[in-house]
Design a protein around this ligand. Structure first.
Ligand code: AMP
Length: 571
């Protein structure tokens, strides 16, 4: 029997695990349910809790609970939890470990390998962070696949008719849309588009803002973070209720001081609030269709993925604009995990049928001197929607005589204007031959099936790659061993290692405070509401004082508050 590889949908709000069992993809329940909240906490006894138990304590013990960690994957962040600090990868590893052990219990043997899904719009850092999280959880991540791709695979793997599918995936925190062709069991993603910061959580925020503006008296300041969190917890189930009911009533005793919150909202009022956000998703839908060269009439089916895709207004707008009734043949909460299990089965050699051709949703460019000799322009090596794996190379010339070195800059994006792309890395090739300008350098980009990019520069005349230095700008490498020890210690699996050096800890706090300050300053420049601005300035001032006093625990507390504020206010 081939080894079982599990398929994991590591979601912002909920996660799920599946595997090929008895020849077909099946969801493996975790704590008795098909999906598990992606929440990690420390309970009152200092024990790690994952899933529903952690979600239950979210409102009461926010300082001991972490949610939506997926939104921070790829960030060099320290997330405080139960008096310790963890990277986003480590927090995700707690979730993955829980899914892994549910699978082991169900299958009756150890599981060492997994396929994990990510939004199509995850960049290199976020993909690498996801891979690292799997490794920290004790699994080899044999493949990272895009969520809409997995969904299409779940739908298309057993079909024999030829179809063009539109996969509309709106989860808690991210939106992806893909145009996918299914031909005799072969699933090919033709184009993908999306928004990494748009999801059902934003609907909650709009609803919370609406309730708050109706509740607050003229000129009354916004309530504190804890109250706002209570409100968010209140609106989420109400929002889901509006999917099935025409109206909803909110009642919360002693919401603010001795004032009770009491409000009623009709579905059509709610829909007016969220319509602009749904409209935003349609810009991506049209872009994906035009990238794939398809018109609405060419689409055979619309598949809905992600919890928030259940919103009736989304059905209505899709049906209206594309003239097809969206189908929800497979549960939108489970379809991605099922697709991941099918891909896992293919990797494990369990299924002969079902071939996955994936594409890159991003283009990748390198910077060169503009043709007129002035300024810098970006030259795309890998274009977006290129099937993976992709290997593309081109020749570039040195621009001055005896040029000994050249800096190669790697951009995500295809715009000729570097400002419109994002610099994801750069490196130096030096020790080039001392020849006149025009020395030819071959630059190659290799994008693997996990969407991870490797860039190489080669001097053509010598045929050798010369002293290449990769400057992993903005990227942080997680120390896997330390991370494993860190989470194992908390799970009581191993005696905890020596405590982190206090000096290092303080430096990390300082770095985190700096990073947060930069984000806050950028946000303040965009012109936010007066109350929010005051909140942010207060925390920045308090952080400054704590830094001056060398009070690490105060810095940590203020960092946490600021990070929360930014989470709600950014975008
Ligand atoms: P996911 O990330 O796919 O688990 O999706 C989670 C998001 O879907 C959250 O914002 C949920 O509030 C939202 N959601 C779940 N069920 C429903 C529903 N019945 N109606 C509207 N939104 C929902």
């Amino acid at each position: 029997m081939s080894e079982t590889i599990i398929g994991i949908d590591l979601g912002t709000t909920n996660s799920a695990v599946a595997a090929i069992i008895d020849g077909r993809p099946q969801i493996i329940p975790v704590h008795g349910r098909d999906t598990m909240p992606s929440v990690v906490g420390i309970d009152a006894d200092g024990k790690v809790i994952v899933g529903q138990a952690a979600r239950n304590q979210l409102a009461a013990a926010p300082e001991r609970t972490v949610e939506s960690i997926k939104r921070r994957m790829g960030e060099n962040a320290k997330v405080p939890l139960g008096g310790r600090e963890f990277s986003p990868e480590e927090i995700s590893a707690f979730i993955l470990k829980e899914l892994k052990s549910a699978a082991e219990e169900k299958l009756g043997r150890p599981v060492g390998k997994a396929v994990i899904t990510v939004p199509a719009y995850f960049n290199e850092h976020q993909r690498k962070a996801t891979q690292a999280a799997g490794q920290i959880a004790g699994m080899e991540v044999v493949r990272i696949i895009n969520e809409p791709t997995a969904a299409a695979l779940a739908y298309g793997a057993d079909r024999h008719e030829n179809e063009s599918l539109l996969v509309y995936d709106l989860g808690g925190g991210t939106f992806d849309v893909s145009v996918v062709a299914v031909e005799r069991g072969v699933v090919e993603v033709k184009a993908s588009h999306g928004d990494t910061r748009l999801g059902g959580d934003d609907f909650d925020q709009l609803l919370a803002d609406e309730l708050l503006s109706a509740f607050l008296m003229d000129g009354e300041p916004a309530p504190d973070l804890i109250t706002r969190r209570r409100l968010r917890a209140l609106v989420e189930p109400a929002k889901c209720q509006l999917t099935d009911e025409p109206d909803v009533a909110f009642r919360e005793e002693y919401f603010l001081g001795d004032r009770h919150l009491q409000h009623e909202l009709r579905r059509d009022e709610y829909e007016k609030l969220i319509e602009p956000l749904i409209e935003k998703t349609f810009a991506s839908v049209h872009r994906a269709m035009s990238d794939a060269g398809l018109a609405a009439a060419d689409i055979d089916k619309i598949m809905l993925v992600g919890g928030a895709s259940r919103t009736p207004l989304i059905h209505a707008m899709l049906a209206d604009r594309l003239d097809i009734e969206p189908s929800a043949e497979i549960n939108p909460d489970l379809i991605v995990a099922l697709g991941a299990a099918i891909q896992a089965g293919i990797v494990a050699g369990e299924r002969g049928s079902g071939v996955l051709i994936d594409i890159t949703p991003h283009g990748y460019s390198t910077a060169t001197v503009a043709p007129d000799g002035y300024g810098i322009t970006c030259f795309p090596l890998i274009r977006r929607n290129t099937p993976l794996p992709a290997r593309k190379a081109d020749l570039f010339n040195t621009i001055v005589d005896s040029q000994e070195r050249a800096r190669i800059e790697v951009y995500q994006g295809e715009s000729p204007d570097p400002e419109e792309n994002s610099l994801i890395g750069d490196f130096l090739i030096d020790g080039l031959s001392l020849v006149p300008a025009g020395n030819r350098i071959r630059i190659e980009y290799h994008l693997d099936l996990n969407g991870i990019l490797r860039a190489t520069a080669l001097e053509k005349s010598t045929g050798l790659v010369k002293s290449v230095t990769i400057d992993t700008k903005g990227e942080h490498v997680v120390e896997l061993e330390a991370a494993r020890r860190n989470i194992a210690a908390l799970l009581g699996e191993e005696p905890p290692g020596a405590d982190a050096d206090a000096g290092d800890e303080h430096e990390d706090l300082l770095a985190a405070a700096n990073e947060l300050r930069k984000r806050a300053e950028a946000l303040l420049k965009t012109g936010i509401g007066e109350d929010d601005e005051n909140d942010i300035r207060q925390v920045l001032d308090a952080t400054q004082i704590a830094l001056k006093d060398g009070d690490s625990s105060a810095v940590e507390k203020h960092n946490d508050t600021l990070s929360d504020l930014l989470f709600y206010l950014e975008d």
